[in-house]
Design a protein around this ligand. Structure first.
Ligand SMILES: NC(=O)c1ccc[n+]([C@@H]2O[C@H](COP(=O)([O-])OP(=O)(O)OC[C@H]3O[C@@H](n4cnc5c(N)ncnc54)[C@H](OP(=O)(O)O)[C@@H]3O)[C@@H](O)[C@H]2O)c1
Length: 324
């Protein structure tokens, strides 16, 4: 099969597309003919060996995919050859075939395409669990979303609106902000204009209820300062490359709650909420209210360029590799 392979850690350009043997099918696993795979920021970090968990080389990057079931291991119930499925892995998705645990696969709802399905697993689950359970968003609440043009941020815009929130989108370009508006954001703030704190105060004079932060860096503190008394701040990631240091007196003075979301920890400790949220999210996907925005599509042969595009912060919504 053809696959994108990382033989040595480094920038996206170390990834080359070549012929390699198909992966073996293990106990409890399902083989999928991949039709589309989405690129995530952590894929760039894993290739660079800058992610919190290392993957020994050589490996096939890629953590989410959609396609058709072609083989099911003995004893696996619930999937049959020909089923349309989407799934998540740590690595292995940027290939013509992927092998995944049956437990990590979900049937694609009718009417949802492979590209959208491939782009749904990481960003939408992250944002929905963060909004629904960690931030406990209530209808009518004001939500600031940082990185609102990126994969997680744009999903947060769309899903906060679906949950009844009023969204202030913060991003670095008019293009990203327009897409956020098209998915329901009410207020748009371009942080490259300077004085993010002042701009947020201008659109939210009473303060926000919630901040969703997948970016970190210099944006986190002004966003936290824009919370009202008792507001909630959810830290999700540090795409800016810098983990912010927040003066705790701000937290004390405004009674702010700072909370984190991390997928593995959440799945382990909040299993019941995760199962409920998953069902709600699939309903929203089936209704067309959680369809990922695909900003660009690359052929599998250009996997390195797709990783570069995401790593450089150009992605608007999700970037997908076409593997068909
Ligand atoms: N906690 C979890 O379970 C979890 C799950 C998924 C992802 N994440 C993390 O969440 C973060 C965002 O992921 P994503 O998929 O949304 O990424 P993305 O699509 O690349 O979006 C990241 C956004 O961050 C901003 N940014 C600022 N400085 C940047 C820089 N130096 N390089 C790249 N982007 C920069 C950009 O927005 P503007 O330039 O417009 O401000 C960009 O749109 C990543 O750190 C990822 O690892 C965490």
């Amino acid at each position: 099969m053809r696959a994108a392979v990382c033989h040595e850690y480094g920038p996206p350009e170390v990834v080359r597309v070549e012929e390699i043997p198909s992966p073996d099918l293990g106990t409890g696993q399902v083989r999928v003919a991949v039709r589309a795979a989405a690129v995530n920021f952590p894929d760039v970090l894993i290739v660079a060996n800058r992610y919190q968990v290392s993957c020994p080389t050589p490996f096939v990057p890629g953590s989410e995919f959609a396609g058709d079931v072609t083989e099911v291991a003995d004893g696996v119930d619930g999937f049959a050859v020909g089923d349309r499925v989407m799934g998540t892995l740590f690595v292995g998705a940027f290939a013509e075939e992927a092998v995944a645990a049956a437990s990590s696969l979900t049937r694609i709802p009718d009417g949802v395409g492979y590209r959208e399905a491939s782009a749904f697993g990481v960003a939408h689950r992250t944002s929905y669990n963060s909004l629904r359970t960690v931030a406990a968003l209530q209808p009518g609440e004001q939500v600031i979303v940082l990185g609102a043009g990126g994969g997680v941020g744009l999903a947060a815009v769309q899903l906060a609106v679906a949950l009844g929130g009023v969204v202030t989108a913060v991003a670095s370009s008019p293009t990203k902000l327009e897409v956020a508006r098209s998915l329901g954001a009410t207020h748009l703030v371009n942080h490259t204009d300077g004085d993010l704190r002042g701009a947020l105060k201008g659109v939210l004079p009473e303060g926000a209820d919630i901040v969703i932060d997948p970016v970190g860096g210099a944006l986190a503190e002004p966003a936290l300062r824009a919370l009202r008394y008792g507001g909630r701040f959810v830290t999700i990631g540090y795409a800016a490359g810098e983990i912010p240091k927040i003066p705790l007196n701000l937290v004390l003075l405004k009674g702010i709650r700072i909370m984190g979301f991390e997928f593995m920890g959440f799945t382990t400790h909040e299993f019941a909420a995760m199962v409920r949220n998953e069902a709600e999210l699939l309903d929203l996907l089936g209704q067309g209210r959680a369809t990922p925005h695909i900003g660009a599509t690359f052929p599998l042969a250009e996997a390195a360029a797709a990783l570069r595009y995401v790593g450089d912060g150009h992605a608007v919504g999700k970037i997908v590799l076409d593997v068909s």
